[in-house]
Design a protein around this ligand. Structure first.
Ligand SMILES: Nc1ncnc2c1ncn2[C@@H]1O[C@H](COP(=O)(O)OP(=O)(O)OP(=O)(O)O)[C@@H](O)[C@H]1O
Length: 418
């Protein structure tokens, strides 16, 4: 389990032309905006309302411990604390399918607490136990400024709900309260994260509720050369490539895996801070941001940089229409894009560490897919670079030629419905 620390150099602008992308998301609009106090206030009122609706559910049934333990789902367990009265409190995350929650107004997330009266915790559960002397955990100590940065537009737009019903109460349990020990920032535009990052000193702890785009926005706008904040990522985006690549073992090693958000909360509580490798992309002269037409010289990345089909796909699938479909949006947009049956021109050359000069890998032919990656997975179950190991800092190249619609869809795993 890892919490990330990145080491960065100053960076001014991001985003290249439409056929290339850094990160996992589209970065097409960059209009200026500032934090919106009214929006924050509205959110706080709604948040209060949700908490008044007792979304933190508690098990007060008179069942004995044995029955309770039989019913408990280990995959949903996030944290165990000694109960102030007797025994233990077990915190679990229950997630409901967002498409059904809209229809019958069930909340997408519920944090439950279950009381165990025994003073002896079963050995299989001790890994979830947090003792009072470790509360809050050292990496969440409020001697450093703690921020919750909530990206309201990520994924299916569930970050606000997750914060109100799960993260905020859980942080309270860890002795951290909003405005006293940590500050909450909601994004109100595409520029919020960049503005937020430009004000960081480097000693902050940032709980980031977003997808890959939020991470890329952060690392590209952070100014200090010597210090680096800690990012604790809560995967509320669409693809969440970085998160799934970092937590591949925890997410897939067990037959009935815990969900990504359960894994993220466990990491928040018991994870370790690790260095996040990054890379820099330098664009050829004349490259511009798609929408602002502003010139771009270079960008930092921590996930992927791509040219051709992948870059266009990320861009084309980022519309309100496609976003509603979650990760399926990539396969849907791919189908449309490939109907154009369009190859891309480029020369791919590589320079290996320690060796002089570039070796041309391929030129003179059309390309379909060209992607350099620091991560193994583009989505939870979509491994693009099987040899990549988490945080190994090795950039790997994945490419194929202009294969046409059918073989491209097949190669990328989109055949047979998405
Ligand atoms: N209020 C807002 N208005 C407009 N854009 C926003 C707002 N809040 C956030 N954004 C932008 O939305 C984008 C969300 O990207 P993010 O990567 O977090 O989600 P995603 O694209 O769903 O996930 P992934 O990249 O993992 O597929 C970011 O680029 C962010 O700057």
């Amino acid at each position: 389990m890892s919490i990330l620390r990145w080491f960065v150099r100053p960076f001014r602008k991001r985003k290249g032309k439409k056929a290339s992308t850094v990160g996992g998301t589209d970065k097409k609009a960059t209009t200026t905006n500032t934090f919106d106090a009214a929006e924050n206030k509205k959110f706080h009122n709604e948040e209060q309302q949700q908490q008044n609706n007792t979304l933190i559910m508690s098990n007060n049934s008179p069942e004995n411990d044995e029955t309770i333990l039989e019913k408990l789902n280990h995959d949903q367990m996030v944290l165990i604390t000694p109960s102030p009265s007797k025994g233990y409190l077990i915190y679990s995350l229950i997630e409901n399918d967002p498409s059904s929650t809209e229809e019958n107004s069930t909340p997408p997330f519920i944090l439950t607490t279950t009381n165990l009266s025994s003073s002896q915790l079963p050995t299989s559960l001790t890994k979830f136990l947090l003792q009072p002397e470790n509360t809050p955990p050292a990496h969440l100590h409020p001697s450093n400024p703690i921020h919750v940065l909530l990206c309201t537009h990520s994924g299916l737009k569930l970050a606000s709900s997750f914060y109100s019903t799960v993260l905020n109460p859980l942080l309270n349990t860890l002795g951290l309260t909003q405005d006293s020990q940590y500050k909450l920032t909601l994004t109100t535009s595409k520029n919020t994260i960049k503005e937020f990052a430009s004000q960081l000193q480097g000693d902050e702890i940032i709980l980031l509720l977003s997808g890959d785009g939020g991470v890329v926005d952060l690392i590209n706008s952070f100014a200090s050369e010597t210090k680096s904040p800690v990012i604790i990522l809560l995967p509320l985006g669409t693809a969440n490539a970085l998160f799934h690549s970092l937590h591949k073992d925890e997410e897939q090693s067990q037959s009935q895996s815990p969900s990504s958000l359960v894994v993220a909360l466990r990491t928040l509580i018991k994870g370790q801070v690790r260095k996040l490798p990054t890379f820099r992309v330098v664009f050829s002269a004349g490259s511009k941001f798609v929408e602002t037409e502003e010139e771009v010289k270079s960008l930092k990345g921590a996930i992927v940089a791509s040219y051709g089909f992948h870059a266009s796909l990320v861009y084309e699938s980022d519309t309100d229409h496609y976003r509603k479909f979650g990760a399926k949006r990539f396969g849907m947009a791919a189908g449309e894009l490939l109907k154009l049956n369009h190859g891309y021109d480029c020369v791919v050359s590589i320079r290996t560490k320690g060796k002089e000069g570039f070796r041309v890998v391929r030129e003179g032919e059309k390309f379909g897919y060209v992607l350099v990656t620091l991560v193994s997975n583009l989505e939870k179950t979509f491994t693009i670079s099987p040899e990549s190991r988490r945080l190994d800092g090795r950039l790997r190249l994945v490419y194929f030629g202009d294969l046409g619609e059918e073989r491209t869809m097949e190669g990328l795993g989109w055949v047979g419905g998405y």
